[in-house]
Design a protein around this ligand. Structure first.
Ligand code: GDP
Length: 589
């Protein structure tokens, strides 16, 4: 663990980094220069580069990406006196198998269905339930990716976190992660000690763990953390849990403006045949209605249909309501803020503005981690693995790309995501991949027939997958093919020179005795005088008793013709070491 942890943004100027590290700018510039980067004080470097440089400098500092959640960037507004009470937004989190899904089932009185093709579930599922005539909005992060995404994008959304801990299993890594999340999100914590119907259940043990190791002191013991014993299986304690959630939320005085343009967060986005872009929102303020113009990130459109979380058409959606809308012309990104605007013109202009901003900020990190790694490994010539990734939803796309980046190649192969996006493979993708050096990976998307024809014509490589691990395996195999092959040399014998008959510019004819091993024509030779190397050669012909021989063995006397790359004066007593050299394909760990 480094002594000091510093948070920096996604990219930072050399000058700023020097400031943060409390180092002279010249030291940093020098270090960058050593790594082949001629940087100025105002040059932006990305997070990865900064990390590499800090490591190279041997500083006892750990850099951490500042989590500038899109949502967190929004200024918190002063609420007017027209603000109304809104339902609390509650995230249900906990270690896998501790019963999150079962608890949601029990609360909602329905089966929560989660499709987990390839284990990717990055979207946030949102539901609502009513308890004592009060609505509660529940967020579920079905996969680990979704959890990470909520942390990044939805932290400011969450009012209360229900941390589900199985009474027969206790605190586990994802329990700790959930506690950490709740704290960074400034959310209230309610612990649901689940599975108390089980014989092995030991709620006291869970409480003790939480109290002694994680600073969560149970109310029952005089602390201030609400802990409720529940069984998602029998339903025991579930109502009480909801009552406690409401009670805890009430201490927050949760309110939102309604007389303002609707605004919120994109929590899910995917394409559907016949419906186009289907987008999940969590409305945070204002009231969303069909027919309104909306913009989210680089996407805009007009609300065509508005549905509640059960898929029922609704006429309006106020604060804390999860909804599904159609009508976007393209897919916004998971985590984008959506806003309602006056008309289509404004929506389009706002989307264009965001696009420009994103392009600029992508371009603003002019030295990237990939660049620096490439420079560092250029000595052994890093190969490029160029890909285009298309996926059905933003969450999958991010997961696929992130997982690809984790394939460890020791810096020998650098991954370049030439382009990425949501939706089927398009003609444009094919054009980008027609250089013969780029592979298109499609995850849960299709290659429409017309595009397929173009792909064949352009000889573009398209690989479609439905299971992420298969896609990753394929990518790994393809990357292995790019690894510089390993050269394996095997010693096969040694000969001592007993006579030198002729020495030409690039040829030596000599005779000698095989000391060990077996010698055959075609073998490679290291010529040595004691320890000193005289150069390499190749046996072009081999004779025993002046007759061409296919092989000679230990103890045999023989004559040989060696092809050398420079004039080599062999002497009696020199040694010839014979070996083979093979090129072997390598594999990634
Ligand atoms: P998740 O991974 O946190 O969503 O956990 P699940 O809801 O999928 O539950 C994991 C397993 O624990 C399933 O086999 C559930 O049937 C079981 N389970 C969940 N809650 C309870 C409970 O209160 N009592 C018992 N006996 N089993 C439970």
């Amino acid at each position: 663990m480094a002594e000091k942890v510093l948070s920096i943004a996604n990219s930072i100027t050399v000058g700023e980094l020097a400031d943060v590290l409390n180092l002279p700018v010249t030291t940093l510039i020098g270090e960058l220069f050593k790594n082949g980067i001629a940087a100025t004080i105002n040059q932006r470097i990305d997070f990865e580069t900064a990390t590499i440089i800090v490591e190279e400098l041997g500083l006892d500092v750990e850099l951490q990406k500042k989590e500038v959640a899109a949502a967190a960037e929004r200024p918190t507004r002063e609420l007017s006196d027209k603000a109304v009470a809104r339902p609390p937004i509650v995230a249900v989190m906990g270690h896998v198998d501790h019963g999150k899904t079962s608890l949601l089932d029990s609360i909602l009185g329905q089966k929560v269905v989660e499709g987990e093709a390839g284990g990717i579930t990055q979207h946030i599922s949102a539901y609502q339930t009513v308890r004592k005539e009060r609505t509660i909005t529940l967020l579920d992060t079905p996969g680990h990716e979704a959890f990470a995404a909520l942390r990044q994008h939805g932290a400011t959304l969450t009012d209360v976190v229900i941390i589900v801990v199985a009474a027969d299993d206790g605190v586990k890594p994802q329990t700790i992660e959930a506690i950490r999340f709740a704290r960074t999100a400034n959310a209230k914590i309610v612990v649901a000690i689940n599975k108390i119907d089980k014989e092995a259940a030991n709620p006291q043990m869970v409480m003790a763990q939480l109290a002694s190791e994680h600073g969560l002191n149970p109310e029952a013991w005089g602390g201030d953390t609400v802990m409720v014993e529940v069984s998602a299986k029998t339903g025991q304690g579930v109502d009480q849990l909801l009552d406690m959630v409401l009670l805890v939320a009430d201490m927050e005085e949760l309110k939102a403006e309604v007389e303002t343009s609707a605004e919120g967060l994109v929590i899910e986005a995917h394409m559907e045949i016949g419906r186009g872009a289907v987008v999940g929102f969590l409305v945070e303020q204002g009231v969303l209605k069909p027919g309104m113009f909306m913009v989210a990130g680089t996407a805009y459109g007009k609300v065509r249909t508005l549905e509640d979380f059960t898929g029922k058409a609704i006429k309006e959606a106020g604060p804390s309501t999860p909804v599904t809308v159609t009508g976007f012309k393209e897919l916004p990104q998971f985590g984008d803020i959506f806003q309602v605007v006056k008309n289509e013109k404004e929506a389009r202009a706002r989307a264009a503005e965001t696009r420009k901003e994103r392009e600029d900020s992508a371009a603003s990190a002019n030295v990237t981690g990939a660049d620096i790694l490439k420079m560092m490994t250029q000595k052994h010539e890093a190969a490029d693995f160029n890909i285009i990734v298309k996926a059905d939803v933003q969450g999958s796309l991010t997961s696929v790309i992130d997982s690809l980046k984790l394939i460890e190649t020791g810096g020998e192969v650098s991954l370049h995501v030439v382009s990425s996006g949501i939706g089927n493979i398009t003609e444009n993708d094919i054009r980008l991949a027609s250089d013969g050096k780029t592979i298109i990976y499609g995850f849960n998307v299709e290659l429409p027939p017309a595009v397929k024809q173009l792909a064949t014509r352009e000889r573009a490589e398209v690989r479609l997958y439905k299971i992420i691990y298969e896609l990753l395996d394929d990518a790994k195999n393809s990357m292995e093919k790019l690894l510089a092959p390993e050269v394996v040399e095997t010693e096969v014998g040694i000969l001592e020179v007993k006579g030198v008959f002729r020495t030409l510019k690039d040829e030596v004819i000599a005779g000698g005795q095989v000391v060990t091993g077996k010698i055959t024509p075609g073998l490679l030779v290291r010529m040595k005088r004691g320890d000193e190397g005289l150069g390499e050669a190749e046996i072009t012909s081999l004779q025993r008793e002046k007759i061409a021989a296919k092989e000679v063995f230990e103890g045999d006397m023989c004559g040989l013709t060696l092809k050398t790359d420079k004039k080599t004066l062999l002497e009696i007593g020199d040694h010839l070491e014979f070996f083979t050299r093979e090129v072997v394909e390598r594999h990634l760990a």
